[in-house]
Ligand binder design. Structure first.
Ligand code: NAD
Ligand code: YCP
Length: 306
């Protein structure tokens, strides 16, 4: 075996800038929805009942991008002093199958997920958004503020968290124009963009609190029996997903509400499905291996690993 290069989270953080990541993710979402060059089975998940978590295996091959990669990601929602998600990524030579690099996957997961929501928001938001509301104040809340701020300038950012101190801490970190809210209804009132990034298993966001025409990035609740969004809201919104197949297998928000999936976001980027900007839109994100593969490829290219 050639020498396997190990890439630390510090290196990934340095290299993976949203200015290069967001366009790369946009291209990969479109490529995925073409159904021709990307082979990506739905995540294989091993449940760990004792910790109410799981270990997910996410392999992908992309002919177009010359990517053969796999992410293994763990989710331990009860972790207290360490992160709840951990991941590693392996990149192989797409022609020989030789492993080339092992990358820290934590930063890749945080940044590529937020970059994906940024792309969805770019296509689905109704006009120029002024108010951003975040439900959740963890890793993804932070990466979403950074990625969305790359594309939009918000006049106001509001944060709600089920533990109020988490919302206060993040609001202080963000600083100017950012407020912590005690109620979800207060946080999302008149918000143009809402991001749900909680570990909730039951809905935290309700239809009657949401401004008609708002865009929601629904990022949590990645199990078929978990949901973050109230069923009435899911059914009344125009629902976009990253992968139709993944959403129908993994998303409680979709399965439990029986909401109709209008399109994959890749279809909108390709121009084969409409961006219904004036309607209330939900982008249900489950996370795809192609997003990880593209992000990892950006990193190894920059490091000269070919
Ligand atoms: N779609 C994707 O691609 C993708 C990728 C990574 C993570 N996620 C999901 O996004 C969510 C946030 O991930 P993270 O890395 O920020 O995790 P995190 O642990 O850093 O943050 C989780 C947040 O949820 C809050 N929370 C915990 N239990 C809750 C409950 N019962 N009700 C309401 N809030 C609760 C926590 O206080 C915290 O603010 C998780 O559901 C995670 O699985 C999705
Ligand atoms: O796509 C991912 O990487 C994540 C991991 C954990 C939960 C949901 N999706």
């Amino acid at each position: 075996m050639d020498t396997l290069v190990i890439v630390s989270s510090e290196k990934v953080t340095d290299i993976l800038d949203y200015t290069i990541l967001i366009p790369a993710i946009e291209k990969s979402l479109a490529e995925f929805s073409k159904r021709t060059g990307v082979i990506q089975p739905v995540r294989n998940v091993v449940l760990i009942p004792e910790s109410e978590g799981f270990l997910g295996c996410m392999p992908v091959y992309s002919r177009e991008d010359d990517i053969l990669a796999a992410k293994i990601v763990s989710f331990f929602p009860q972790n207290k002093d360490v992160s709840t998600h951990h991941a590693v990524m392996l990149i192989f030579c797409a022609h020989t199958g030789i492993p080339k690099a092992l990358l820290d996957g934590d930063v890749i997961t945080a940044k590529r997920t937020a970059a994906t929501s940024a792309v969805a928001t770019k296509y689905l938001v109704n006009g120029k958004p002024d108010v951003l509301a975040l439900l959740g104040s963890g890793v993804q809340a932070r990466s979403h503020v950074a990625a969305l701020s790359e594309l939009f300038t918000f006049k106001e950012i509001r944060i709600w968290n089920h533990r109020f101190d988490g919302a206060v801490k993040l609001a202080e970190e963000i600083g100017l124009n950012c407020a912590s809210c005690r109620d979800v209804s207060e946080a999302v009132k008149n918000a143009d963009v809402i991001v749900t990034v909680t570990s909730a298993k039951n809905p935290v966001l309700r239809l009657d609190w949401v401004k008609p025409g708002a865009h929601i990035n629904a990022v949590g609740a990645c199990r078929p029996d978990w949901s973050e969004i109230d069923a009435d809201l899911m059914r009344s919104a125009v629902v976009y997903v990253d992968s139709r197949e993944g959403a129908l297998k993994e998303s409680g928000d979709i399965i439990l509400s029986q909401a109709e999936i209008y399109a994959e976001i890749g279809d909108v980027i390709l121009g084969t499905r409409e961006a219904m900007r004036e309607k209330t839109t939900v982008f249900k994100s489950l996370g795809m291996a192609i997003e990880d593969g593209v992000a990892a490829k950006l990193v190894i290219k920059k490091l000269g690993i070919e």
